[in-house]
Design a protein around this ligand. Structure first.
Ligand code: EPZ
Length: 420
């Protein structure tokens, strides 16, 4: 099993390239199921989660492969099954995004319940509520969701109880082929939803309001193929900015996403980072200073994303002062706390709040990743710590960060992957 060896204490200095957004690629790959025509996506990151989604599309009968360094070609002309298998869906919850497209195009779908994961139970009740609002009949049996509709889905008002990201995406994709007009109320506003909507519009859909909490969709009979370039990954960008701050360094990040990082950038300024923006780059410079403790409360977009909570916690572990980090989105997203404590962090947490008393120096240790964003937090801890840190179970990291060792090595980190 792969591990990372990190010898910490080096400030990160230099330019870090940002890959395409994982959380835009997954719904956009699923959206290719809405048409029998070819879809081509560029700037797609080579991540475990992307490979899993390609495997799900292939299992359904679609052609779905990388064709070049970061281009993916999908053609869902010959779908031969409408059942998304448990062994694939269980490895990645986002596989559930095939539900809406398959139901809308074929009037039938069976998708394994995604099950919970390390960070929470991850229910899908809002996804099902949306499809029922569009006229689908839903059954749950033997661990599978089965959805059917006689004829086309019917446009409707979909009033979400929670601004769920993938729930909004499933509803949006299903509504594009419904008969009549739909309105998604309390829609999630994440930029990845806007990216999906832009793709669907390029395929011929009639959508208005994506990126706000009310999205209107005029259904059409068919959608055609398209070619799209993926937006940069704002969570990867935020992760590397925080790593630069935690190592008292000076990093330059591709600037394509600073408009989506306003809340995290404000927090980094509060922590003492000197941040300047231009069209091409986000420049962060700590001028060799130790960061200041900064309270964090996660929120739906445009607040501080839950996917940067663990990273900010790592920053606060080496900051000057005491801070509180409050997680409002998921019920169990502090599993990185005991691992950070193994590095010498002075930190305690209950279900939703972690209290951190910053220490001047963390010390290397053997630690274990528990989920995707926790693993990046532990890398940040190792980069800031004095001595050697071994991070185990880095397969979590590979789900969401492309070539992370190479990107970090290029800016001065002493980090190697090894198998043991
Ligand atoms: C998306 O997950 C992201 N994944 C997550 O990123 C991210 O953490 C999350 O949104 C929140 O921003 C992808 O986009 C592939 P939710 P999603 O539905 O859609 C509750 C990463 O690290 N809920 O917005 O699954 C749920 O339990 C991943 O890249 C219901 O109760 O998250 C949670 O408390 C991790 N019923 C809250 O809503 C539902 O039907 C937000 O979940 C759906 C969700």
């Amino acid at each position: 099993m792969d591990k990372l060896r990190i010898r910490g204490g080096n400030p990160l200095r230099g330019h870090i390239p940002i890959s395409g957004a994982k959380n835009a690629s997954l719904p956009m790959l699923a959206a290719a199921l809405l048409t029998s025509e070819p879809v081509r996506l560029s700037n797609v990151p080579r991540l475990r989660d992307v490979h899993t989604m390609l495997a799900v599309l292939q299992a359904l009968g679609a052609e779905a492969t990388f064709c070049g360094a970061s281009d993916v070609a999908v053609c869902a002309q010959d779908i031969h099954t409408l059942k998304a298998p448990y062994d694939l869906v269980k490895t990645m919850r986002a596989s559930f995004l095939v539900l809406g497209p398959l139901l809308a195009r074929f009037q039938h779908v069976e998708v394994s319940l995604p099950g919970g994961c390390a960070i929470g139970t991850r229910p899908i009740d809002q996804h099902l509520k949306a499809l029922e609002a569009l006229g689908a009949s839903i059954e749950l049996n033997e661990g599978y969701v089965t959805a059917n509709i006689d004829g086309r889905l019917q446009g409707a008002v979909i009033d979400l109880d929670i601004a769920t990201v993938t729930g909004t995406q499933n509803a949006l994709m299903a509504a594009t082929l419904a008969d009549g007009e739909s309105t998604i109320v309390n829609a999630a506003r994440e930029p990845e939803i806007q990216a999906l909507a832009d793709m669907l519009i390029a395929m011929g859909a009639d959508i208005d309001g994506a990126g706000t909490d009310v999205i209107s969709i005029k259904g059409c009979e068919t959608l055609h193929g398209c070619t799209r370039h993926l937006m940069p990954d704002r969570i990867e960008a935020g992760t590397f900015l925080i790593a630069g701050a935690a190592t008292q360094g000076s990093v330059h990040i591709d600037g394509g996403c600073h408009e989506w990082l306003e809340a995290p950038l404000a927090k980094l300024r509060q922590a003492g980072a000197d941040i300047t923006l231009d069209d091409d780059m986000i420049h962060l410079d700590m001028h060799g200073r130790r960061p200041k403790a900064t309270d964090i409360r996660t929120a739906t977009y445009p607040g501080v994303p839950t996917d940067l909570q663990a990273q900010f916690l790592a920053l606060n572990c080496v900051a000057e002062g005491t801070s509180r980090v409050i997680e409002t989105i998921f019920e169990n997203r502090f599993m990185h706390v005991p691992e950070l404590a193994r590095l010498g962090a002075d930190i305690e947490s209950d279900g939703t709040t972690a209290t951190v008393r910053g220490v001047k120096q963390l010390h290397g240790a053997n630690i274990m990743a528990t989920d995707l964003r926790a693993s990046s937090c532990l890398v940040i801890g190792g980069l800031a710590a004095r001595g050697e840190t071994i991070v185990d179970r880095v397969y979590h990291l590979d789900r969401g960060y492309e070539r992370i060792e190479a990107k970090l090595t290029a800016v001065g980190a002493d980090i190697q992957r090894f198998n043991a």
